[in-house]
Design a protein around this ligand. Structure first.
Ligand SMILES: NC(=O)c1ccc[n+]([C@@H]2O[C@H](COP(=O)([O-])OP(=O)(O)OC[C@H]3O[C@@H](n4cnc5c(N)ncnc54)[C@H](O)[C@@H]3O)[C@@H](O)[C@H]2O)c1
Length: 259
């Protein structure tokens, strides 16, 4: 799917060293978008993604960044602009899963850790993206949320609060930025087989049990999410903004069944 919205699109993909971010970086990089992908700790994994994009003739760099830190986000954009020019596409995929701790036992540090990566991160990158475009630049943003932006899980007050906030960040920015033709959408995956679900990948019984709860009968793949993200970033999605697209095999529709 070629991005025709501009001749030389430039994208930042956070969390690009792993899972959904990795798949997005590769899909976009292979179709002509210059990519700056961020990594948190795994420089080697990030360089592998860069190599995979370069092998197809694409352009990519890997930048270490903690997206929850203002100075790191500033440095990420500065480095990307120096390499490729103005950033016109943004995919916020970096994030941590829930701690699994009930509120009575949750420390402020635990809560802060997830909210910083999953909500402050997109706030900081979206803000810098808009500033970088200036008053006349147009662009497109996709925030990777989760079906847990709406469906709560006990033990997920950190994650569910962050993703719920992200849904409103997405909608609010879409309204603010529509006059400038900056589109902002969310993608809410269900169960996707990435390192975030490593225990199910490693344990066939756990995977079978979890997949049995998904009406579509299987978990999703990072490539399937990347295909959707690529569409939302493309010219063909021009009139779509302010919405979150669920990709979950109908998992999120199973709440309140059987009671
Ligand atoms: N896998 C799923 O089933 C699933 C379901 C719903 C939503 N999501 C969301 O999709 C996104 C990607 O998750 P994934 O499945 O690819 O998991 P993943 O663990 O493979 O990738 C997440 C990446 O984010 C990075 N990261 C975490 N905190 C960071 C920070 N503060 N700064 C920079 N990088 C940071 C991690 O290092 C990792 O590379 C996340 O936002 C996650 O909440 C995933």
């Amino acid at each position: 799917m070629m991005d025709t919205a501009q001749t030389n699109p430039v994208a930042i993909v956070t969390g690009g060293e792993s899972g959904i971010g990795r798949a997005c970086a590769i899909a976009l990089g292979k179709s002509g978008t210059a990519i700056a992908l961020t990594y948190f700790r795994d420089a080697k994994a990030a360089e592998t993604v860069v190599g995979e994009i370069a092998a197809t003739g694409g352009r990519a760099i890997a930048v270490q960044a903690d997206v929850g830190r203002e100075d790191a986000v500033e440095a990420l954009f500065a480095q990307t602009e120096a390499a490729f020019g103005t950033v016109t596409r943004l995919v916020n995929s970096a994030g941590l899963n829930m701690s699994g701790t009930m509120i009575g036992d949750m420390t402020l540090d635990q809560f802060d850790r997830v909210v910083r990566s999953d909500l402050y991160g997109p706030f900081l990158t979206c803000r810098r993206f808009v500033r970088g475009l200036g008053a006349s630049g147009t662009g497109r943003i996709v925030n990777i949320s989760s079906i847990h932006e709406r469906a709560p899980r006990a033990g997920g007050v950190d994650y569910d609060s962050a993703k719920g906030g992200l849904a409103q960040l997405t909608a609010t920015l879409a309204l603010e930025l529509a006059p400038q033709r900056i589109a902002v959408n969310g993608v809410a995956p269900g169960m996707i087989l990435t390192p975030m679900n490593q225990s199910a990948i490693d344990d066939a019984a756990e995977l079978a049990r979890k997949e049995a709860a998904i009406p579509w009968g299987r978990a999703g793949t990072a490539d399937e999410v990347a295909t959707l993200v690529q569409f939302l970033l493309s010219d063909a999605a021009d009139y779509i903004t302010g919405t979150t697209v669920t990709i979950d095999g109908a998992l999120s529709l199973t709440v309140a069944q059987g009671a």
